[in-house]
Structures are given as C-alpha cells and as structure tokens.
Ligand binder design. Structure first.
Ligand code: NAG
Ligand code: NAG
Ligand code: NAG
Ligand code: NAG
Length: 172
C-alpha cells in the first residue's frame, strides 16, 4: 500500500512541476558564444562601448564565457577576446563593454538560466542554451535583445519577466 501510495505521489509531483528550470553552468566554460534572440544577436556598436542588435551569425562568436570565481553558482564573465573588454552592468539602462575590474561587485558577472541546455545542431550552428535569461548578479536585471525593435536597437538591461526567457545561446 505504502509503495503504491508513494509511486502515486511521485507521479503527481513530477507532473506538478513540468516547468522546472535548469541552469546551464559549467557547460559554457571557455566557450565562444553568440547571445541571440530570434533573428538578432547582441553585437558591438561601431561607435561606442554599448551593444546593439545585429543580424544573427552563429558561426562568429562575439563573447567568450569565462567562469567567475564562484563556479558553484554558474557565474560567468563575458568578454570579447579581440578587445579584452567585459560585458558590464554599469547600473544604467545600457550595458557596456569595459575593462576587467569594475569597482561594482557582481557588475561583470552573469548567470544563464535556460529552459533547455541540450546541445543541438552542428559546428557553426550549435545551439547550447535555449529559452534563457541572462541575469546580472549586480542588480538582478536581465539582458534584453529585442526582436521587436528594429535592427541596430540598443541591447538593454531590464525587468526579467517583462523581457521573457527569450535568449538562445549558440557556440561556433
Ligand atoms: C575562442 O576564441 C578565441 C579568440 O578567437 C580563440 O583563441 C579560442 O581558441 C576560442 N576558443 C574555443 C573553445 O573555440
Ligand atoms: C570585439 O569588439 C570589437 C569592437 O569593439 C569588434 O570589432 C570585434 O569584432 C569583436 N570581436 C569579436 C571576436 O567579435
Ligand atoms: C530561472 O528562471 C525562472 C523563471 O523566472 C525562475 O522561476 C527560476 O527560479 C530561475 N532559476 C534560478 C535558479 O534562478
Ligand atoms: C528591450 O529593448 C528595446 C530596445 O532595444 C526596448 O524598446 C524595450 O522596451 C526593452 N524591453 C524591456 C522589457 O526592457
């Protein structure tokens, strides 16, 4: 009786939590990635340190994900290997690419919270994180690459729920 009851309970519990989220963490260490939403990706602005939406190009990676000091939390620094600049939450609406060593704690640490971390695709178009929030540890805001705004619109930081779990991560 007891075991039948507990099996019944397990089934109930399993079906009660279908939307359990997973955090892609160590999987990203050292990977070169594109951070995308729909047909756009976070790219570099030609005249400044901010980011703008660019046409998606999964074969070219803009960022290298480097594990931050607290690996158990799956925190990453995201840097542009060419320029040696790190994605930074300055506290303002627009994140910027700045040198390492922000005085604000957590301003250069990011957490990926994805609904799926299953690898799909082939080299040049390898999806490694689907339906993600990219959250700043400094203030809990999320990266927003709007696919409704025109191409070239700024990549911003905003309320995670308003932005939605819309980001897909590709590695070349
Ligand atoms: C990532 O990109 C950098 C710079 O282009 C390169 O040196 C490095 O080998 C790449 N890493 C991987 C894992 O492909
Ligand atoms: C790094 O950023 C510069 C602009 O600041 C850009 O021209 C370059 O393509 C970026 N590197 C990569 C690997 O995307
Ligand atoms: C991931 O995001 C979902 C949706 O907002 C949230 O419910 C969940 O708590 C987050 N998980 C972690 C570990 O942050
Ligand atoms: C996301 O960014 C776009 C501009 O690129 C902006 O219009 C929109 O309001 C932002 N969304 C949120 C929820 O912050």
């Amino acid at each position: 009786m007891l075991s039948i009851a507990s099996i019944f309970f397990s089934v109930l519990l399993a079906s009660a939590s279908p939307a359990r989220r997973e955090i892609c963490s160590l999987d990203f260490q050292g990977k070169n990635i594109s951070i995308t939403n729909g047909q756009f990706e976070a790219g570099f602005s030609s005249n400044g340190l901010t980011l703008v939406s660019r046409p998606i190009s999964t074969a070219v990676s803009e960022f290298t994900a480097q594990l931050a000091i607290s690996p158990s939390f799956g925190e990453f620094k995201l840097f542009n290997a060419t320029e040696g600049l790190f994605l930074t939450n300055t506290g303002a609406a627009l994140p910027e690419m700045l040198p390492i060593g922000s005085p604000i704690s957590g301003a250069q640490n990011w957490v990926f919270n994805c609904s799926s971390c299953t690898t799909e695709g082939s080299p040049g178009n390898m999806l490694i994180g689907e339906g993600c929030f990219v959250t700043s540890l400094f203030d809990g805001r999320c990266l927003n690459i709007s696919d409704a705004a025109p191409l070239g619109s700024p990549v911003t930081l905003g309320d995670c729920q308003a932005i939605g779990q819309s980001i897909n991560i590709y590695t070349a």
